[in-house]
Design a protein around this ligand. Structure first.
Ligand code: URA
Length: 434
C-alpha cells in the first residue's frame, strides 16, 4: 500500500467531524498495524473518534480493515453448523462454561476463542485454567479437530486474528479511548468475524456490574454489533441481560468452575440456568438457520436439566489436557461475613462483589498480572431469599489474608436486606436482531 495519505490530515478531518473515505481507513489501519503510524498519532485519531463517532460506512470499513489485518478462519469443513457467543462481561458470569458444551450437546459446534479478564469481571480462560492440566493454547489444526470431534472448544484466540485490534485495544486501554460504541463494536466484531463462525449471539449486559450501565448505551452497542455481523454474513442476534446482581452464587475462578459443573449436571442456580438457556436457544436457532436447515436440534432446557451437556464438558476439558475428575483448588483462607439484620436479601451489588473478588486475587489490574485460581466470593443467599441476623451470608476466599480488609471495604454498601422480598425483575430484557 502506498503512502497516499497524510496521517495528520486524517486526524484533522476526524477532529473536525468529517467522515474518512474507505481508502483512507484501509490505509490508516494498515499503516498503524505495520508501525508506520505512531502511537501518539493513533491516540489522537481515536480520541477524535470518541468525540465525533463514525458514520455507518466508516465503521463497516474500519471493522473490515481490522479483520483484513490478519487471518480469517474457515470452519466450513467442521461438519456441523457453527455458532459462538460473546459477552460484554459480567460478575459471576460463568455462562460460557455451561453454554459451550450445552449448545454442542444440542448438535451445533461452538468455537469459543476467548481472552483473559481485565478489571472487575473475570475472564473465561482464567476460570478454565483453574482446572488442573487444562491448557488454553491450542494450535489451529487441533482446534478444528476438537470442534469436529467434541463440538466444543474454549481456547485462547491466536495472535493471527485481527492483530490490528490487539494493538488498538492496548493503546485505547492507556489513552482513555475504550468508551466509544463504534470502537467497542468494531473491536469485538472484528475478532468474532475473523474466527469464522457462521452465527453469533451477543450477551450485552446492562446494569450496575456491567461495562455499560445504561440500557440505552447497551441497546445502541447491541444494534451496532448486530449490524456489523449481519453485514459480514454472520447471522447475529443480541440479548440484553440484567447485571445488577452477580450471576449465580460465586465470583472467582475455581469457585465458578465448581458452580458451572453443578449446573452441567442438572443443578445450579436458577438465574444462571435462565440466562444460559435463553442464549442457548437463540444460538441453536441461528445456527440452524445459517446452515439452511430447520431447527431440528435438541431443546437446550431439556438437555441441561437432564445433565446431557456434562459428558461434552468432560470431553472438552480432557481434549485440552485437563482432568475433569481432579479436585479443584481451594483457598487456604475463608472468612465469613454474617448478615447484619434479619429479613430478605433485596440487593447484592454486582460491582461491589466483582471488585471484592478482584481484590482477593481473582482478577488482574494489568494484563501481565497472574490471577489466583482459588480467590473469590461466595454468597450463601440469592436475591429474595430470607436471611437471619448473624448467620453466614458471604464468604471471602483468598490465598493472602492481607487482601481481606480491602475486599470487605468493597462490599461495605453492596448488601441490602429488607422486610419483604423485592419484586422479581426479569433477567433477559430484550432481543435485538435475526
Ligand atoms: N472488549 C473488546 O474486545 N473490545 C473492546 O473495545 C471492549 C471490550
Amino acid at each position: 500500500m502506498s503512502d497516499e495519505f497524510d496521517v495528520v490530515d486524517l486526524i484533522r478531518a476526524k477532529r473536525d467531524g468529517r467522515s474518512l473515505p474507505a481508502a483512507a481507513i484501509d490505509w490508516l489501519v494498515d499503516a498503524y498495524t505495520r508501525g508506520r503510524v505512531a502511537d501518539e498519532q493513533m491516540s489522537a485519531y481515536l480520541m477524535a473518534v470518541v468525540w465525533r463517532g463514525m458514520s455507518p460506512d466508516e465503521l463497516a470499513r474500519w471493522t473490515t480493515a481490522m479483520i483484513d489485518s490478519g487471518e480469517r478462519l474457515d470452519l466450513a469443513d467442521v461438519g456441523r453448523p457453527t455458532v459462538d457467543k460473546h459477552s460484554t462481561g459480567g460478575v459471576g458470569d460463568k455462562v460460557s462454561l455451561v453454554l459451550v458444551p450445552l449448545v454442542a450437546a444440542c448438535g451445533v459446534a461452538v468455537p469459543q476463542l476467548s481472552g483473559r479478564g481485565l478489571g472487575h469481571t473475570g475472564g473465561t480462560l482464567d476460570k478454565m485454567e483453574s482446572i488442573p492440566g487444562w491448557r488454553a493454547d491450542l494450535p489451529l489444526d487441533r482446534m478444528r479437530r476438537q470442534l469436529a470431534d467434541v463440538g466444543a472448544v474454549i481456547c485462547a484466540a491466536g495472535t493471527g486474528l485481527a492483530p490490528a485490534d490487539r494493538r488498538l485495544y492496548a493503546l485505547r486501554d492507556v489513552t482513555g479511548t475504550v468508551e466509544s460504541i463504534p470502537l467497542i463494536a468494531s473491536s469485538i466484531m472484528s475478532k468474532k468475524i475473523a474466527e469464522g463462525t457462521s452465527a453469533l449471539v451477543l450477551d450485552v449486559k446492562v446494569g450496575a456490574g456491567a461495562f455499560l450501565s445504561s440500557p440505552d448505551a447497551a441497546r445502541e452497542l447491541a444494534r451496532t454489533m448486530v449490524g456489523l455481523g449481519t453485514a459480514a454474513g454472520v447471522r447475529t442476534a443480541a440479548l440484553l441481560t440484567a447485571m445488577d446482581h452477580p450471576l449465580g452464587r460465586t465470583a472467582g475462578n475455581a469457585l465458578e468452575v465448581a458452580e458451572a459443573v453443578d449446573t452441567l449436571r442438572g443443578g445450579g442456580p436458577a438465574d444462571l440456568v435462565e440466562v444460559t438457556v435463553a442464549l442457548a436457544r437463540v444460538m441453536v436457532e441461528l445456527a440452524a438457520e445459517a446452515a439452511g436447515r430447520p431447527a431440528d436440534l435438541r431443546d437446550p432446557a431439556e438437555v441441561l436439566a437432564a445433565g446431557g451437556a456434562y459428558p461434552v464438558w468432560r470431553a472438552m476439558v480432557a481434549a485440552q489436557g485437563g482432568d475433569p475428575d481432579a479436585e479443584l483448588p481451594l483457598a487456604p483462607t475463608v472468612e465469613t461475613l454474617p448478615a447484619p439484620t434479619s429479613g430478605f436479601l433485596t440487593r447484592l451489588d454486582a460491582r461491589g462483589v466483582g471488585v471484592a473478588a478482584w481484590r482477593l486475587g481473582a482478577g488482574r489490574a494489568r494484563k501481565e498480572d497472574a490471577v489466583s485460581a482459588t480467590a473469590g466470593v461466595r454468597w450463601l443467599a440469592g436475591i429474595g431469599d430470607p436471611v437471619q441476623a448473624g448467620e453466614p451470608l458471604v464468604e471471602l476466599h483468598t490465598d493472602d489474608p492481607a487482601t481481606l480488609p480491602r475486599a470487605r471495604a468493597a462490599l461495605a454498601d453492596a448488601v441490602e436486606i429488607g422486610p419483604r422480598p423485592a419484586p422479581a425483575s426479569p433477567l433477559v430484557l430484550e432481543r435485538i436482531g435475526a
